[in-house]
Design a protein. Structure first.
Length: 518
């Protein structure tokens, strides 16, 4: 690498890391409420058993262990007998974790932006636009598995883009790397299962675009060339489908393989998650609610699932506390007590499928309302959400006892954390841009990109297909989340992230077409 290229890369990295440096110096580490606490303090096998994605539970332990050892060395304290085999939470460990997340985000963003454009000044403009949005950086500054998922998605898109725009036959090494990143995405967040369709959708859409262009081609050689491109896209789509399912199998094997010799049996807990979606029942009229619950009870495939549905209806009639805890305590009694949590989870899964296959009109309406709410909201809502989840500690201190001595919480209170976004201009730079506004800008860029590619007689159909697939997959991931859970801002992060990545992709490629000689 020449000295000029090294200097340019350094400037890009400096631009991308500048918001991280500001956050590290200004804002205490954020927390994804009790979920982050379980992921960092519990044995990963236990956390996985209770439905948490395993990757973050294992990866986070490394900086936490190093930080704890550093604290002991600094205090010159002997290694005392421990109540738990897991490293305790320390400021040093948490800061190591946060700094590591920021560095990983910076590296992933650099990897993506380098693939988007050939020109340094375009890359620098994209890096400045990236750095202006606090969405990525607030998640990098937060303890919780969504952060790892966000970073891995940026890497996945960067690698997918390199496979898409490869001029020759992609090397198998590239496919292998993509498969590993995809597998880690599955292990970092359950919602990332939707990413399995990203590359297949891109190649299949490229195939359709090339075949449509072949029908309109004016010469036989051009028609034959476009058909060959279509055949290549079909071959790549089949490879991408095979890699997707292989990555899914690898993730499942890794999750179950680690726990195979223990009493823990990782399993799906989508039914437990679905309990939050059922909160929409409280908004229905009594007659509509009773009619819906009776229909679902009649559709249930087993008496126990019918009992779970009837228990929900009974608690609603009693005006009991409808949060997950009280319901689970009463539901476990139907299954014989605390030694039968797996059986209860299977029953809850079946109950969720009873409501969702096919989804009732009431659930579709509730999901649609949540979806419309997020489409009208800016990305800053997702960023502010992390400050609210950090404040969760102050009402649940016994539940998160190890956090008491951490810099985020000691000598602080809930209002102080909640007011942080309003005190810093950077955190609401994108406040005026809703998802629909950015989506309209994305449509305009896509149109300009297509027109420029046609004028330059450059085949950019694969790039266009990949950008469209990014936005479509992100939207479908969030829509599926709305079906199984009530509205939470964190579910929108993947939809926002993939839209912005697609937007940056079209912006960079469009400017490249303008700037490159005809």
């Amino acid at each position: 690498m020449s000295a000029s290229n090294a200097l340019r890369n350094f400037l890009l990295l400096l631009c991308l890391f500048a918001p991280s440096a500001w956050m590290i110096a200004t804002i205490p580490p954020l927390w994804r409420d009790a979920d982050a606490y379980v992921q960092t303090t519990e044995n990963p096998l236990i956390a996985t058993f209770w439905g948490y994605a395993p990757a973050y539970c294992y990866v986070a332990k490394v900086p936490l262990f190093v930080g704890e050892r550093f604290e002991r060395w600094r205090e010159n304290a002997p290694a005392a007998a421990r109540e738990s085999s897991q490293p305790r939470l320390t400021d040093s460990g948490i800061w190591l974790l946060i700094v590591g997340q920021h560095l990983a985000l910076c590296g992933a963003a650099f990897y993506f932006i380098i693939a988007v454009s050939y020109f340094f000044w375009v890359r620098l403009a994209l890096a400045m636009a990236w750095a202006s949005n606090s969405l990525f950086y607030t998640f990098a500054h937060c303890v919780g598995s969504e952060t790892l998922g966000l970073i891995l998605i940026v890497l996945l898109v960067g690698k997918g883009l390199r496979l898409i725009q490869s001029r020759g036959e992609p090397r198998w090494k590239g496919w292998y790397v993509y498969a590993v990143i995809l597998c880690l995405c599955f292990l970092s967040r359950s919602l990332n299962l939707g990413l399995i369709s990203l590359l297949p959708a891109a190649f299949l859409l490229s195939l359709m675009l090339n075949r449509a262009a072949a029908r309109c081609a004016s010469s036989v050689p051009q028609r034959l060339w476009l058909r060959r491109l279509g055949a290549r896209d079909l071959r790549y789509a089949l490879i991408a489908i095979a890699i997707g399912f292989a990555s899914l199998a690898m993730a499942s094997y890794a999750t179950h393989g680690v726990a195979r010799k223990t009493r823990f049996h990782p399993h799906s807990r989508i039914g437990f998650t679905f309990l939050w979606r059922l909160q929409f029942l409280e908004d229905l009229s009594p007659d509509s609610r009773v009619a819906l619950m009776r229909r679902m009870a009649a559709r249930a495939r087993s008496p126990r699932v019918r009992q779970l549905i009837e228990l929900r209806e009974q608690m609603l009639a009693e005006r009991a506390d409808m949060s997950s805890g009280p319901y689970m305590q009463r539901a476990i009694e139907l299954y014989g007590g605390n030694f039968h949590w797996e059986e209860l989870d299977r029953g809850l899964n079946q109950m969720a499928l009873t409501f969702l296959l096919p989804p009732s009109l009431e659930i579709l309406n509730a999901a649609r309302e949540d979806l419309v709410t997020v489409l009208k909201s800016p990305s800053t809502v997702v960023s502010y959400y992390l400050f609210a989840t950090t404040s969760y500690y102050f009402g649940h201190q016994e539940e998160m006892s190890q956090c008491a001595g951490l810099v985020t919480f000691r000598n602080s209170h809930a209002d102080q954390i909640a007011l942080l976004p309003s005190q810093h201009l950077y955190l609401h730079l994108w406040q005026g841009l809703s998802y629909l506004t950015v989506f309209i800008a994305w449509l305009v860029l896509l149109l300009v990109f297509a027109v420029m590619a046609r004028r330059r007689r450059t085949n950019m159909r694969a790039i266009a297909a990949f950008g469209i697939a990014l936005t479509a997959v992100g939207f479908l991931v969030f829509a599926s989340a709305c079906l199984v859970h009530n509205l939470e801002a964190r579910f929108a992060v993947t939809m926002w992230q993939l839209l912005l990545l697609s937007l940056f992709l079209f912006a960079g490629k469009t400017v490249d077409l303008f700037a490159r000689p005809a």
